[in-house]
Design a binder for this molecule. Sequence first.
Ligand SMILES: Nc1nc2c(ncn2[C@@H]2O[C@H](COP(=O)(O)OP(=O)(O)OP(=O)(O)O)[C@@H](O)[C@H]2O)c(=O)[nH]1
Ligand SMILES: [Mg+2]
Length: 300
Amino acid sequence: MSTAFRFGYITLMGRPNVGKSTLINRLVGKKISITSHRPQTTRHRILGIKTTEDSQIVFVDTPGFHKKRGKAINRTINRTAVASTQGVDVLVLVIESMGWQAPDSDVLNTVTGTSTPVILAINKVDRIRNKEQLLPLIEQARQFFDFNEIIPVSAKTGYNVDRFLDTVKLYLPSGDAGFPIDQLTDRGERFICAEFVREQLFRQLGQELPYATAIELIDYYDRGKIAVLQAQVWVDKPSHKGIVIGKQGQRLKQIGIEARKQLERFLGKQVHLELRVKVRSGWADNQAALNALGYNEDLK
Ligand SMILES: Nc1nc2c(ncn2[C@@H]2O[C@H](COP(=O)(O)OP(=O)(O)OP(=O)(O)O)[C@@H](O)[C@H]2O)c(=O)[nH]1
Ligand SMILES: [Mg+2]
């Protein structure tokens, strides 16, 4: 008889920008979820699947929860974040090593009274020189909540990520793998390709503009050695269109170049990417547009 194989779901929750998606990518060993220094980069629930000899752990990446309500898209993103904390085996609250902030408590408040084990991951410990500096933060965190475990990590360098994995695994029930062992995510190539283009909007556009954009993948053909992708960048206003395109098309070109690099790495083949910009006024506050872009699928 085989020893107990473990299978279960672990949600990474946290305020925007603490490094949830970077941590998922590190855990899975491949970039499946986009990251940027801007808050609310992640807009969907994305599964990252880690299969080891004795377990299959399904990590659930969630959008950063923030209290401000804003447009329909912000409400949908928050609902997705909260819905993703339900029905899982373990919750991991991700915070930054630089200190506990009020929005960390807001996230914790969304799971008040939960009977699910809650583990605290203190991320970005590469940002502090001396690990002893963490002790006051750990003490403070203990007073806020009775965490089952507190584990410092760096998603960026990989510090302590193996120990994190070994520890969280112990909280999973025994059970057979729920996914094929070579599957890394529940998301298809089309979704991830559109996300890689959106990542560049988040990384390359200034101020509020990334929040007023979305990506629609129009076409995707796989021609063996080369993948051909056509994507449309949705913007909210005609004035945004000019900014995204830039002087003599330079901005859009740069977005395309960087997105293509990521896509080629992800798909393992040459990519031909065509980008167009389209004005869809008010899309971010329009439920039908959000449905068309798949923003409500995570809530079904
Ligand atoms: N120094 C350092 N930076 C990190 C680490 N982990 C993530 N980052 C950076 O923090 C920023 C946010 O990372 P993300 O992974 O996009 O954060 P997130 O929590 O998924 O953010 P949202 O999707 O917006 O909620 C990026 O610039 C990352 O490169 C880390 O361990 N150390
Ligand atoms: Mg994210």
